[in-house]
Ligand binder design. Structure first.
Ligand SMILES: *[C@@H]1O[C@H](CO)[C@@H](O)[C@H](O)[C@H]1NC(C)=O
Ligand SMILES: *[C@@H]1O[C@H](CO)[C@@H](O)[C@H](O)[C@H]1NC(C)=O
Ligand SMILES: *[C@@H]1O[C@H](CO)[C@@H](O)[C@H](O)[C@H]1NC(C)=O
Length: 529
């Protein structure tokens, strides 16, 4: 019986066609490379011939993919220059950045877009590369609508199917590009953790935040479009036009922990696609977790380094930890030998600093009581998958909305990053998560729901890509909204006609009334005469 099954599975894999897939995976940010890299690796595991095209923007990053064939476009000198003056090294200090600051947005947006523009030039300059890719006749090309060079380039590579994606939920211009309504009245913008749908002020703040984000990402769009018009003529399709013909859109969103918002049949949610099975912990970690009956893991992720957190906030974190002597705190701290770290561990026996933490494996261990996290999408999804209650301290990017969505779904509470300086607020947030049982229970239930989802993200990804490779994009799945202008889309023409009709009927009614009154008046007058 076993042998039969084995033979059957063997023939099944032989029978399944192997498709040629190109993943455009620029190297500029950890979560993006990770998302696209995992997609590439899973498709390799499913038996496909996957190539990752990696234009290098930030050399210090990881490729994200281990199993696919890689083609690099080395970082251009100009790209490197832009990068050194960029916002990057300041992400760690973003605990101080005010959110929704228009001046900061304007100052950063061009530099942010130029890193993509300059590296895109380097991609286009490699004429042989394009010829080679065109000759490959790819079945599917997967791009993320973030570095927009990928979507624009796909029109030159001419795969049978284009698949667009986002390494998070969709945001800003992506809504238009994916053809999804943005529903701002109840869909929080990435910069917003708390959207009270019944409060006019809250909804206004949400619109403002989204407008700011649109402004921020605008140069990322028009600079790339200009580049392609320059090189390939003014008839080159716009980014929205190219995206509109994608076969599918892949989102790193998990509906069971996200806000419920409108979507399209063409949009496939593969949230948690990178989630690995937790491995049992090594001796060192086992010992740390056995020290006290409760253990809390504290991590701000890989982009915002804990070592660069300003000293006063670091001190506040220590004061907070000192208030929980019966709980062990594990803090991901990049330099456990620096002066601050030595001093901290000397004075706090319940603090354990570690350069590197196996976050997923630790969260998989029952002895971790709660998690304090910046709420990056990966960490939020791991929190949910492992069913841990958490305190979310969003710093930048999509983190405020991630944190809000986790609180909305009962995983814990959001602590404003500006409250970190106040140990009382910090302690209160941790106490709430530890003492209110509802978070632990809720996290456990959703975790078991995620484990029993009808279709795993992995299955969805493989089947979707194979379907797109076999049949190409389906016309039926492309909404007609792409072919409408603003006036038509919002039915403004109809509204105008109705308003005009209403005004006209008011005028006519008034005229008729006047006429009637003057008629009555004159007949009365006639009679009295
Ligand atoms: C994958 O595609 C590349 C490029 O066409 C080709 O050189 C390579 O042999 C293919 N690999 C497999 C295993 O088919
Ligand atoms: C980081 O920001 C500070 C001001 O907040 C600025 O003085 C500094 O030059 C920035 N560093 C880099 C590398 O951009
Ligand atoms: C626990 O938290 C939930 C969710 O925020 C809240 O509805 C409930 O009132 C809290 N319970 C207590 C005892 O504070």
């Amino acid at each position: 019986m076993r042998l039969l099954l084995f033979l059957f599975s063997l023939t099944a894999t032989i029978d399944a066609a192997s498709f040629k897939i190109l993943v455009y995976n620029p190297k500029f940010g950890h979560s993006h490379s990770n998302f696209l890299g995992n997609i590439a690796d899973i498709l390799v595991e499913a038996g496909h011939n996957v190539t990752s095209l990696i234009p290098v923007i930030d050399e210090s990053g990881k490729d994200g993919t281990e199993k696919s064939r890689k083609i690099y476009v080395p970082v251009a000198e100009e790209t490197r220059e832009v990068l050194t003056i960029s916002y990057r090294s300041n992400f760690s200090r973003s605990v101080r950045f005010t959110r929704n600051n228009p001046i900061l947005t304007w100052r950063m947006r061009d530099t942010f877009a130029r890193q993509f523009l300059l590296q895109c030039r380097a991609v286009l300059d490699d004429v042989d590369l394009l010829k080679k890719l065109q000759n490959e006749k790819y079945d599917v090309m997967i791009v993320e609508n973030f570095d927009m060079c990928g979507p624009a380039y796909s029109h030159l590579v001419k795969p049978k199917s284009l698949i667009t994606s986002s390494a998070s939920f969709p945001f800003s211009q992506m809504y238009a590009e994916f053809g999804i309504p943005i529903s701002l009245s109840y869909n929080p913008s990435p910069y917003v953790s708390h959207l009270n749908v019944n409060s006019m002020w809250s909804r206004m703040t949400n619109i403002y935040a989204e407008w700011l984000l649109h402004a921020f990402f605008h140069p990322c769009r028009w600079m790339i479009e200009e580049l392609f018009y320059e090189r390939y003529g003014p008839d080159y399709p716009s980014l929205e036009e190219i995206s509109s013909h994608s076969a599918y859109t892949l989102l790193n969103s998990e509906p069971l922990i996200d806000f419920a918002v409108p979507t399209l049949a063409r949009v496939v949610n593969i949230g948690g696609i990178g989630a690995r099975k937790p491995k049992p912990l090594g001796k060192e970690w086992d010992e740390v977790l056995s020290r006290r009956s409760k253990t809390i893991l504290l991590s701000f992720g890989s982009v915002a380094k804990s070592i660069y957190i300003p000293r006063d906030i670091k001190d506040s974190i220590l004061k907070t930890i000192a208030r929980f002597p019966s709980i062990t705190f594990i803090w991901k701290y990049e330099e456990p030998e620096d002066e601050f770290a030595m001093e901290a561990t000397r004075s706090l026996p319940n603090l354990y600093l570690s350069k590197w933490t196996p976050q997923n494996d630790l969260l998989g261990d029952e002895r971790i009581t709660a998690f304090i996290t910046h709420g990056g999408m990966g960490s939020a999804q791991e929190t949910a998958t492992r069913g841990k209650p958490a305190v979310f301290i969003p710093l930048f990017g999509d983190q405020p909305r991630n944190a809000g969505m986790m609180q909305h779904n009962g995983f814990g509470v959001v602590l404003d990053k500006f409250d970190m300086i106040n140990p009382d607020a910090f302690v209160a947030a941790i106490k709430e998560v530890l003492e209110n049982e509802s978070y632990r229970k809720n996290a456990a239930i959703i975790s078991s729901m995620l484990a029993k989802k009808p279709f795993s993200s992995r299955e969805l990804l493989i089947k979707t890509v194979e379907f797109a490779a076999e049949y190409g994009p389906s016309k039926a799945l492309r909404p007609q909204s792409y072919d409408m202008n603003m006036i038509e889309y919002h039915n403004l023409d109809i509204a105008v006609v109705f308003v005009l009709l209403a005004i006209l009927s008011l005028i006519i009614t008034k005229k008729l009334c006047c006429l009637a009154i003057s008629f009555c008046y004159s007949t009365k007058k006639d009679k009295s005469d």
